[in-house]
Write a protein of this length. Sequence first.
Length: 247
Amino acid sequence: MIIMQKNKRSMRQYLILLLILFGQFFTLKALALSSEASDSTILPNGKSGIALVDMLSANVNSLGTYKYDGIQEAQINGKNLKASGTFFYKPTNLMRVEVKQFGSKTGSVLVKGAEGKIKAKGGPQMLGIKLSLAPDSRLLQMPNGFSAFDCNLSALFQRLKKEAASGYKLVAAEQPVQLENFGKLAIVIESQAPSDSGNKVVDRIFVDPTVKLPVQWDQFENGEFQARSKFQNYQTNLQLDDSLFNM
């Protein structure tokens, strides 16, 4: 019995190490990232976006239980990383992420329950093993560098508010604009950090003006394009049982 328990612990430790080593660095052919992605503003005549962000944040809070399909892609050390999955959110703060594609994490399920406890069930490459994880676990990290549970809509707008409170400038277009490389009308919001060479974009959000929800989020770091998140197939005011957020 003691030997079996030791073997089980050894297998669990091995699988965790395997996921850390390969999950973050598994590369796939990513969707084409815009060659024109730049941290220079595309809103030279934009207005303050603080009131707009407050309104969009309030809209998210009115969605009830919701889900969406997400795609993330990032450029890290010259490599393209891509992840996709379905995100579920139920007030207050119940979350579930079903990973459809992300290297060795493909097929994994992550849940955050009522007490804030995070659990995970590995996909086929993880042999379906179940784990309890700390909020800062590297196993939760997405291509954009954030935890999977920090990529929900409320967290996105909280990020913009925190940046504004720290001295960043929130700028928004006066009206929805048609962008050549975006393909649809969108409300554009930029969070700009002050620098010696002028304000540089840190976050650029594209919002669907009909439903007032983000459809794309571009991130920049140190003057470089870092990551792009896309939000698709929103479903809101769902009736989902709490058991979906337990494991």
